[in-house]
Design a protein around this ligand. Structure first.
Ligand code: FAD
Length: 516
């Protein structure tokens, strides 16, 4: 059967060349340009005058799958993007107010806290006081503490002895994706400013006008123009749903710092330190550190935020150059309207506490490529599914980020007190927390294939933060394998000790990969 030419979708125009734009272009070109008989031409237009946001250095393990799928070598990626391995996030000062002794904890050490004895959590809750949750269920906290990498040079690309993600230089990552998209996947690259978005009679976007006066036409447009959302927001009028009533942080200060010398150890985890009105991130790349302070402008002023950040950096004299970035917290009411799909900051954004930006943009770009409409007439049906899935993803991301605040026992500043006010906690999260006071979380509370964060993620955060679950007889009666669980926890501990003797120091591993 031939498809009427007005029905065909053969030209995709991605507008915007930040991480989201290039990830989208690469996914679409990888899937469609090679697999469809006629081929879909993917073009990306980006401005040389409007800079990319240039931050976004933490990822989650799903990125490994995408890089491998797109055909990028891990060695090249580590070399070109100053990338290092990220085995988790260490949360410092999140559990209790300053001045009280509270534990720091790790999430997301990416090994699932499961074993031959099943989920160890109920047993740890009853009997695990001698070890932190992370050390009871996983080897990875110990590896992080000792500054080791997640693998050695004998392990193939993208595989690890334990699981991992990366820290990366966002600008260099976009450049790597650009080269890969253009040279290997056939993406056409146009450098120009989009000055006007032109709508046809149907309400679809027909073309965009660039600064030379030329119109770039396409059948479908991907809005990757960052917070501006030039196509979906400004031209098609899709409203932004502000989520600052749940997640208060709306500004970031960012600074890049050189290492004092080239042998400074590099942590293989992000350090997130709670501060009076937000938190700081600290990320070690191979060539520098990336740091920032994410804060709520409703709870502090910019001068005070800068003083807190400089205090963290040990820079009271103000020598370090600091950039202030406003953040639009929330998401669009809908993400695909007519023939326009938003991916990236144009789609939605929440504070980068759990590195959800690249994760959601990468996942939704791949979903778009995988479910790409075969013809124009089915586009509304595909769009409906896409909107439903992306909405679910953002709701779950918001719940999970909020979890870190609302179970904290910090009460030292209005920012922390108000974060625990039930009026700021989504009902979906309140219900779960109520349930988990009486029994540990189970896999059945995470039923969708589209869960962004799963049981293990919640367990690490809940029990890293001393969340209290009542494990009385009503719970323990259902988990009778205590002896097996205890011996499994001992095995995990023994395995940790063996890994300490075999895994390389993190910086050494990165240097070996770069020289390879
Ligand atoms: P941008 O990087 O802003 O790119 C927009 C693009 O659109 C640019 O190429 C620009 O030139 C182009 N453009 C705009 N207007 C026009 C026009 N008129 N004509 C032509 N081109 C145009 N994510 C993570 O996963 N992990 C993190 O640790 C993380 N940390 C973050 C920290 C902060 C403070 C912030 C704000 C974000 C963070 N993010 C993080 C999110 C991360 O920045 C984004 O994932 C990522 O950079 C995607 O941005 P983008 O491509 O949507 O937008």
């Amino acid at each position: 059967m031939t498809i009427d030419s007005s029905e065909q979708i053969k030209r995709v125009l991605v507008v915007g060349g930040g991480t989201a734009g290039w990830l989208s272009a690469c996914h679409l070109a990888k899937k469609l340009a090679s697999s469809s008989p006629a081929g879909v031409q993917v073009t990306l237009v980006e401005s040389e005058n409007i800079p990319s946001i240039g931050v976004g250095e933490g990822t989650v393990p799903a990125i490994r799958d995408s890089l491998r799928y797109l055909g990028i070598s891990e060695t090249e990626f580590v070399r070109e993007c100053d990338a290092t391995f990220k085995q988790g996030i260490k949360f410092v000062n999140w559990v209790r107010s300053p001045g009280t002794i509270g534990p720091d904890y790790y999430h997301h050490v990416f090994d699932y806290p499961d074993s031959g004895a099943g989920d160890l959590t109920p047993y740890w809750l009853q009997n695990g006081n001698s070890r932190s949750f992370v050390d009871a269920v996983s080897v990875q906290g110990v590896i992080c503490d000792k500054g080791l990498g997640p693998k050695d040079m004998t392990v193939p690309e993208y595989e690890g002895i334990v699981s991992y993600a990366y820290h990366l230089d966002a600008a260099k990552f976009a450049r790597l994706l650009t080269r890969h998209g253009v040279d290997k996947l056939g993406v056409k690259h146009v450098l120009a400013d989009v000055q006007r978005v032109n709508l046809g009679e149907s309400g679809d976007i027909s073309s965009v006008t660039i600064d030379s006066g030329e119109n770039l036409e396409a059948d479908i447009f991907i809005d990757c123009t960052g917070f501006a959302s030039l196509l979906l927001g400004q031209s098609l009028g899709v409203e932004f749903v502000d989520k600052r009533d749940v997640l208060f942080a709306d500004y970031a200060l960012a600074a890049q710092l050189p290492y004092s010398d080239s042998s400074t150890p590099i942590p293989s985890f992000t350090i997130s330190t709670a501060q009076e009105s937000g938190w700081t991130w600290d990320i070690g790349l191979s060539e520098r550190r990336g740091t920032g302070y994410v804060y709520s402008s409703a709870h502090t002023d910019h001068d005070r935020a800068e003083a807190v950040f400089r205090g963290y950096l040990g820079d009271d004299e103000g020598r370090i150059s600091v950039r202030r970035i406003p953040m639009r917290v929330g998401h669009r009411e809908t993400y695909w309207k007519n023939n326009c799909v938003a991916i990236g900051l144009s789609q939605g954004f929440v504070e980068p506490l759990e590195a959800t930006g690249i994760l959601v943009y990468d996942a939704t770009a791949r979903m778009l490529a995988d479910t790409f409409p075969a013809r124009r007439s089915v586009m509304p049906l595909v769009a409906k599914q896409f909107n439903r899935a992306v909405h679910y993803a953002w709701d779950r991301v918001i719940d999970f980020v909020k979890l870190h605040y609302c179970i904290s026992q910090r009460r030292d500043h209005p920012f922390w007190i108000e974060n625990c006010d039930p009026s700021s906690i989504p009902e979906s999260l309140q219900e779960k927390l109520q349930l988990w006071q009486s029994q540990p979380p189970s896999v059945y509370e995470f039923p969708s294939k589209l869960e962004i964060f799963n049981l293990a993620n919640y367990q690490y955060v809940l029990y890293g933060m001393e969340f209290a679950t009542d494990v009385g007889p009503h719970v323990l009666g259902r988990h009778p394998m205590m002896a097996d669980a205890v011996s499994r926890m001992d095995e995990i501990s023994n395995f940790s000790s063996r890994l300490l003797g075999s895994l390389p120091e993190h910086r050494t591993l990165i240097e070996r990969i770069k020289k390879y």
